[in-house]
Design a protein around this ligand. Structure first.
Ligand code: ADP
Ligand code: MG
Length: 256
C-alpha cells in the first residue's frame, strides 16, 4: 500500500533536523539533563535506552518543549525553539509524540481523535482531515474501527490510533516514549511493525524503548543515558554486543 508521504519524509535526508546544544535542565535540585549535545538528522531513527529515572522521558519532553530548559538551545529544522507563545505552539505541532499511555480522547470516535488536531490546529477542512485520517488509519491497520470509541479497542489498536493521530499533524519528527511498555506481549509486535514501517519510509524518529529487536531492525543509532547524561552512543549492533561503559554493561546485563 502506498500513502502519500508528507514533505518531511521526502526532503533531503541526512541534514540536521533536531539539534540540542549543551542543554541543561533542573527539577529543583535535581540536575535531570546534563550537558546534552545531540544532533538528530533527517530520516534518522535514534533509540534512547537507559535505566529508569535517567532522564529519557524528560529528554523527549524538552524536545517539544513540554518542559522548559534552563540553559542551552534546542533547534528544530534550523529554528531555535522559543520558550513560549504562538511560535512555540506552531513548532510544537511539528513534533509528534506518542506516550506509554495512549491518551486518546475517550468520548470521541477513533476518526474524531485523528481529525481533531488537523481541523483545530492546522485549519484543515473536515473533509480533508477525514480523507487523510482514513489513509493513516489504513496504514496502521485499523480502518474498520474508525467509528468506534477508544475503550472498544485493544491496547495495541489504541496505540496505533495514537500513532495515526500524531502523523495526521504531518510532524517533522516523531517522539515515542516507551510506546509498547504498557501493552500485553501479544500486542507489542503490531505496534512495533507500524513503527518499523514508518522508519523505513524515512520518518525521523526518537524512540525510547528497550525493545532490542526494534533497535536492531530500525535504529540507526543507540543513545544510552544514565543520571541525566548521554553516557554512550553507538550503532545498535555495537551497543548491544560490545557496550563500552560500566553503566551500559551493567544495564544490559539486567535487561537482556
Ligand atoms: P526516565 O524516563 O528515564 O525514567 P524521567 O525523565 O522520567 O526518567 O525522570 C528523570 C528524573 O527526573 C527522575 O529522577 C524523576 O523522578 C525526575 N522527574 C521527572 N519529572 C519530574 C517533575 N515533573 N518534577 C520533579 N522531578 C521529576
Ligand atoms: Mg520515562
Amino acid at each position: 500500500m502506498t500513502v502519500t508521504s508528507p514533505d518531511s519524509m521526502t526532503a533531503a535526508r541526512g541534514q540536521p533536523l533536531v539539534v540540542l546544544d549543551d542543554v541543561q535542565k533542573w527539577f529543583g535540585d535535581l540536575h535531570v539533563l546534563q550537558d546534552i549535545d545531540l544532533t538528530i538528522k533527517r530520516g534518522e531513527v535514534v533509540v534512547v535506552i537507559g535505566p529508569s529515572g535517567s532522564g529519557k522521558s524528560t529528554l523527549c519532553r524538552t524536545i517539544n518543549r513540554l518542559e522548559p530548559i534552563e540553559a542551552g538551545t534546542i533547534a528544530l529544522d534550523g529554528e531555535k525553539l522559543p520558550q513560549e507563545g504562538k511560535a512555540l505552539a506552531q513548532l510544537r505541532a511539528e513534533v509528534g509524540m506518542v506516550f506509554q499511555g495512549f491518551n486518546l480522547f475517550a468520548h470521541k470516535t477513533i476518526l474524531q481523535n485523528v481529525t481533531l488536531g488537523p481541523i483545530k490546529v492546522l485549519g484543515k477542512s473536515k473533509a480533508d482531515a477525514e480523507r487523510r485520517a482514513k489513509e493513516l488509519l489504513t496504514r496502521v491497520g485499523i480502518a474498520e474501527q474508525a467509528e468506534k470509541y477508544p475503550a472498544q479497542l485493544s491496547g495495541g489498536q489504541q496505540q496505533r490510533v495514537a500513532i495515526a493521530r500524531a502523523l495526521a499533524m504531518d510532524p517533522k519528527v516523531m517522539l515515542f516514549d516507551e510506546p509498547t511498555s504498557a501493552l500485553d506481549p501479544e500486542m507489542i509486535k503490531e505496534v512495533l511493525d507500524v513503527m518499523v514501517d514508518l522508519a523505513e519510509q524515512g520518518m525521523t524518529m526518537v524512540v525510547v524503548t528497550h525493545e532490542m529487536g526494534f533497535a536492531r531492525t530500525a535504529g540507526d543509532r543507540v543513545i544510552f543515558m544514565a543520571d541525566g547524561r548521554i553516557v554512550e552512543e553507538n550503532t545498535p549492533n555495537e551497543f548491544f554486543t560490545n557496550p563500552q561503559s560500566d553503566r551500559a554493561q551493567d544495564f544490559l546485563g539486567k535487561i537482556l
